[in-house]
Design a protein around this ligand. Sequence first.
Ligand SMILES: NC(=O)c1ccc[n+]([C@@H]2O[C@H](COP(=O)([O-])OP(=O)(O)OC[C@H]3O[C@@H](n4cnc5c(N)ncnc54)[C@H](O)[C@@H]3O)[C@@H](O)[C@H]2O)c1
Length: 258
Amino acid sequence: MKDRVVIVTGAARGIGRESALHLAGSGWTVVACDIAAEIPGLRYPLASPEMLSSLAEHDRIHPLRADVRSPMQLSAVVERALELGELCAAVACAGVISGGKPAWLTDLETHRLTFDINYFGVLNLINVAMPAILAADAEHRRSFVAIASAAGHLPLETMSDYVASKHAVIGLIRTLALDLKGTGITANTISPGSTDTPILTASAEIFRLSSAEEFATHHMTQQLISASEVASMVGYLLSDQAASITGTDIRVDAGMLS
Ligand SMILES: NC(=O)c1ccc[n+]([C@@H]2O[C@H](COP(=O)([O-])OP(=O)(O)OC[C@H]3O[C@@H](n4cnc5c(N)ncnc54)[C@H](O)[C@@H]3O)[C@@H](O)[C@H]2O)c1
């Protein structure tokens, strides 16, 4: 029997990295991709090539550089996955944050950059991965998961581009699930609250907070969420136990949206 392969984007650090490690630990073969480079126009550093390549220490993880804005680079990721086995799942974690200005002062380039990664990056992954997932053995659990955000449900001051992109991802994945009806393939989003990763530190700077820990005050738990907690939910949604969970959004938000 061929190995079950999953693609994880944004896998060099944060939620993507924890998801890649969690899935590899559960027996998946993982193609872990990340831009692993800086993006002009963003005000904080993204993952480094070393962070991405260090994942190769795990023998079930195959790191590959790819920018989710590029369908061509994502196609190469799918090709790599098919060399390794059957592509049964894809997890869209890559995402960026910008913000800092009210909606009417946020320039179009900023909106476009955020949407190119947070929305079109997910759409690009669907477009290249879904034909291969549809072609995989239907005996396997097959699924698509995108990391949305609590910001896909409520407004965040001065973050119109991010908030709109995450609302859009939730709509996209709900519709994807419907388009997949009868195939057995599930599609869901996960909406994390404030999770302890570098993007949260960047957000704290935008909101001029003294530290990212301050975001914990919005949680019922009064604690930040760990990336591994979100990764566990990714693992669950890809598991046999979650075959009836589709077309929905799972909140890992410490009660933030309640
Ligand atoms: N951390 C939080 O509080 C939080 C809350 C809600 C949602 N999210 C979402 O979770 C996802 C993961 O974020 P994180 O918290 O791990 O942040 P992070 O910044 O630690 O990780 C994001 C990863 O995506 C990669 N990336 C960025 N642009 C890319 C591109 N164009 N192509 C490929 N890779 C790219 C980065 O290099 C980085 O490794 C994002 O979609 C984010 O919006 C995070």
